[in-house]
Design a protein around this ligand. Structure first.
Ligand code: NDP
Length: 419
């Protein structure tokens, strides 16, 4: 019998929960706990009767360690799957430590208030020392390693698609195709169309912060930083076609650079249409992406949070989104003294996802790997005391599960390369 506590009940959680319910053999009981309990109850209502997984729900403020500890102590799960926002990573890890329960997430820590003086000072020091200016980095969560080891519990970081599947693709490429990997290009293409002039495919605040920030890539042991959208390439994606893609900073670059010091360069590209970029630039220019509170008619509002209230809810894009995503990695390295390249990728169809679980492919491609990571921890297959990124475990059971549970992958042994 296993019991999983899932925190958060948004787009990604909706898929992960539906997928857990398809695997009642592993997930015998789940509790969905979030800020807004009515959303958890609605998901439970939809799924119970279709599954033998026993579903309960709870209200929790995941910014409060005390509330989390009380919930964990009363529900007594074996693991907590954090599908709230990156802002809650540390309080949830603290609660897991106190209750000695395994921890799993899909995104690394980022503070909600990037103007907070203590955090800001630390951040500015890190920018100078490390050479990239993204608000998120792994240092906060990696710092829990000893505490998790001492407590005898596992933290599995970043089991979404990117990070997550892209990192497992790297471990798989290294295990089965290369003696040494020298170059990695991670390509994230969303060829879907939702019909709105502007909407984000996942949480708008997290998405717009990421995309409007400086880009960076890892080369020869250090970070090279670029202006936002400075590096553009065109790529012909299987089952999608030619798309413009732009270099972004992305969190798996940091962990892959640490775990594979042999890699000379790691870049991350994401596709964007011109309409998306024009809207984003305009919103940024007028200050709507700011996280600094402003006073409006006697009330403090945070511009990006106000914008979130105006934009379509990502969870509502499912029925209207058509087209496919194609996400994967091109690896170049050495096998038996010869240079070679391979491309491992998955293609996912928005409407197929909607038919299966009622969500578009961006939530689907994150929710399925979240379920897989949680299942491997719960089954003890990926379990050792400490804090780990997904590429630090054996990739084979994860790759098998991707094929089985909705994200089949392809290996192209003669790929086009990115200039
Ligand atoms: P959503 O905004 O759709 O959902 C977030 C959920 O967390 C909501 O249910 C929200 O509650 C809840 N929540 C927020 N704050 C709190 C809090 N203080 N206490 C309790 N619950 C809270 O986000 P997504 O589903 O799109 O994303 C979920 C996570 O997945 C994010 O961390 C995101 O960065 C990550 N992600 C990872 C990807 C990857 O490939 N690795 C790709 C896409 C996303 P409420 O309903 O009340 O607002």
């Amino acid at each position: 019998m296993s019991r999983l506590l899932i925190i958060g009940c948004g787009g990604v959680a909706g898929v992960a929960i539906a997928k857990c319910c398809q695997r009642s053999d592993v997930f015998t009981e789940i509790c969905i706990a979030s800020r807004t309990k009515s959303k958890c109850d609605a998901v439970k209502e939809k799924l119970q009767g279709t599954t033998s997984t026993v579903i309960t729900t709870a209200q929790v403020n995941a910014d409060s360690k005390e509330e989390l500890v009380a919930l964990i102590n009363s529900y007594k799960p074996q693991a907590v799957l954090n599908l709230a926002l990156p802002y809650q990573d540390l309080t949830i890890m603290d609660a897991c430590l106190e209750t000695k329960v395994d921890y799993i997430d899909t995104a690394n820590y980022e503070p909600e208030d990037t103007g907070e003086p203590v955090w800001r000072k630390e951040y500015e020091k890190r920018c100078k020392e490390k050479g990239f200016t993204a608000y998120f980095d792994y240092s906060y969560q990696w710092a829990y390693d000893k505490k998790f080891k001492d407590a005898g519990i596992t933290a599995l970081l970043g089991t979404g698609f990117d990070p997550g599947v892209t990192s497992v693709f790297t471990a798989y490429a290294k295990k089965h195709y290369f003696d040494e990997i020298h170059y990695v290009d991670i390509l994230d293409c969303n060829g879907g169309d939702h019909g709105y002039p502007f909407a984000t495919n996942f949480n708008p605040e997290i998405n717009l912060r990421e995309v409007s920030a400086n880009g960076s890539y890892w080369e020869n042991g250090h970070w090279v930083e670029t202006k936002p959208m400075e590096i553009k390439r065109e790529f012909d994606f299987a089952q999608v076609g030619k798309k413009d893609m732009y270099l972004l900073h992305h969190e798996e670059i940091e962990s892959l650079a640490k775990n594979y010091p042999e890699i000379k360069r790691i870049r991350f590209f994401m596709t964007f249409g011109q309409s998306y970029l024009t809207h984003m630039n305009c919103l940024e220019n007028v200050g709507m992406l700011s996280t600094e509170p402003v006073m409006y008619e006697g009330k403090e509002i945070v511009p990006i949070q106000f914008l979130k209230a105006l934009l379509p809810d990502p969870a509502s894009l499912g029925p209207r989104t058509v087209g496919k995503t194609n996400i994967g990695c091109i690896f170049t390295g050495i096998k038996d003294g010869k240079e070679k390249s391979i491309y491992i990728y998955n293609v996912c169809d928005h409407q197929e996802c909607y038919k299966e679980v009622g969500s578009q492919a961006v939530s689907y491609t994150t929710g399925v790997p979240a379920m897989i990571g949680a299942s491997l921890v719960l089954q003890g297959i990926w379990k050792k005391p400490g804090v780990y990124n997904v590429e630090e475990f054996d990739p084979d059971p994860y790759m098998d599960a991707l094929n089985k549970y909705g994200l089949p992958w392809v290996v192209d042994e003669n790929p086009a390369l990115v200039e």
